[in-house]
Design a protein around this ligand. Structure first.
Ligand code: SAH
Length: 360
């Protein structure tokens, strides 16, 4: 029994198939049954673990980056710190601890905005960050941010934004839709209208039948809003996610529940749905605002910004089992077989603004 599947099936029966993006949006954000609106997805007991839960060092090193970016972007007057999709608030808590330790003068002066679409996660973040010496405000929507220079941070946000999918058939490209099979279950099908080639990436023409292309208007729209803010008000951004440096074809939509993959249409609203992030598309959205971008692997970024040094400092006060745990965390965050290569870091800022790391 899955109430959201029944509701989507009735909707499709009445009004026709949904786009994959509509399906994904309903699964993640339906007010009554959506994954982010009704569940606490993260952590060992949740469905997946993100880097802030792997190690406190992740947020601490991002805090180091944020402080450098603030100084570069706005001098002694701290820029606003904006995190989009803060999850349980762990990353923000770790970044703030580091910011206040490195620059105690920031205490009481830092202005923070958290952009969070889920009311449930907003409440969890409020509890997690209560009592910190910073003015924190919450926004549901990126478009209602206050003005002024801002440093944006987001970890595993863009992979949660809906993708449209297009599939190549013998008759050309069609949008991939979610419809009903003969038994009334959800199934993928190719939409009836062919998609004009101009709407898809230039290399789509050469793809063999059966190929899938993903586009995320929600992700490029989000980056467009961020880059527009930075171009007008000043600031910079750091975005970490798993994905590819396009152009690429392939179906990357995946559902994860209790640390295991499951079919995307099996349990709407009960599993986390994500797609790999097209970093070339995000960078292109930033370039339209005249901004510069750099892309590097998470491993290269963390090592360049001081992961080994931080692990050494923490390890110096711990026993051998503590040091062993830290070595394990370094390997998970930066190792090529773990998060180090698949996860990537996109740095965005005005042309010529010196943003760390210097080498990576
Ligand atoms: N950054 C956290 C959580 C990642 S999960 C971590 O690393 O652990 C994705 C987060 O983005 C969730 O908090 C989800 O509710 C939020 N989110 C998804 N779409 C959003 C949108 N359009 N605007 C703001 N937040 C969004």
């Amino acid at each position: 029994m899955n109430a959201l599947r029944d509701r989507l099936a009735r909707l499709i029966a009445a009004a026709g198939p949904l786009t994959v993006a509509d399906y994904m949006a309903a699964c993640l954000f339906d007010p009554e049954h959506g994954y982010y609106t009704t569940r606490t997805p993260f952590g060992a007991r949740g469905d997946f673990i993100t880097a802030p839960d792997v190690s406190q060092m992740f947020g601490e090193l991002l805090g180091v980056w944020v402080l450098s970016a603030m100084r570069a972007a706005s001098g002694s007057e701290p820029a606003r710190l904006i995190e989009i999709g803060p999850g349980r608030g762990t990353l923000m808590a770790d970044m703030l601890r580091t910011l206040f330790r490195l620059d105690p003068a920031l205490e009481g002066r830092l202005q923070i905005s958290l952009v969070e679409a889920s009311p449930r996660l907003t409440e969890i973040q409020k509890r997690r960050l209560a009592g910190l010496p910073a003015a924190i405000e919450w926004q549901r929507d990126i478009r209602s941010l206050p003005g002024g220079p801002a440093i944006f941070v987001a970890n595993e946000l863009f992979d949660a934004l809906p993708v449209r999918q297009f599939v190549k058939t013998a008759q050309g490209w069609h949008e991939r839709l979610v419809g009903l099979d003969v038994e009334g279950g959800l199934c993928f099908l190719a939409g009836p209208q062919p998609i004009p080639p101009g709407l898809l990436p230039a290399d789509a023409g050469a793809a063999p039948p059966g190929s899938v292309i993903e586009l995320s208007p929600a992700a490029t729209g989000m980056m467009d809003a961020i880059a527009g803010h930075i171009a007008i008000h000043g600031g910079a951004g750091l975005f970490i996610d798993y994905g590819y440096q396009g152009p690429a074809t392939g179906d990357t939509l995946q559902a994860m529940r209790r640390h295991a993959y499951e079919p995307v249409l099996a349990t709407p609203g009960e599993a986390d749905l994500t797609a790999h992030v097209d970093f070339a598309a995000l960078a292109a959205a930033a370039h339209t605002h005249g901004l510069a971008t750099r892309l590097m692997s998470q491993g290269a970024f963390l090592l360049a910004i001081g992961l080994l040094e931080r692990a050494g400092a923490l390890g110096s006060t711990q026993d051998e089992s503590g040091r062993e745990r830290l070595r394990g965390e370094v390997a998970r965050l930066a190792g090529p077989d773990a998060m180090g290569e698949l996860f990537k870091v996109l740095i965005v800022g005005p042309q010529g603004l010196p943003l760390p790391p210097e080498t990576a």
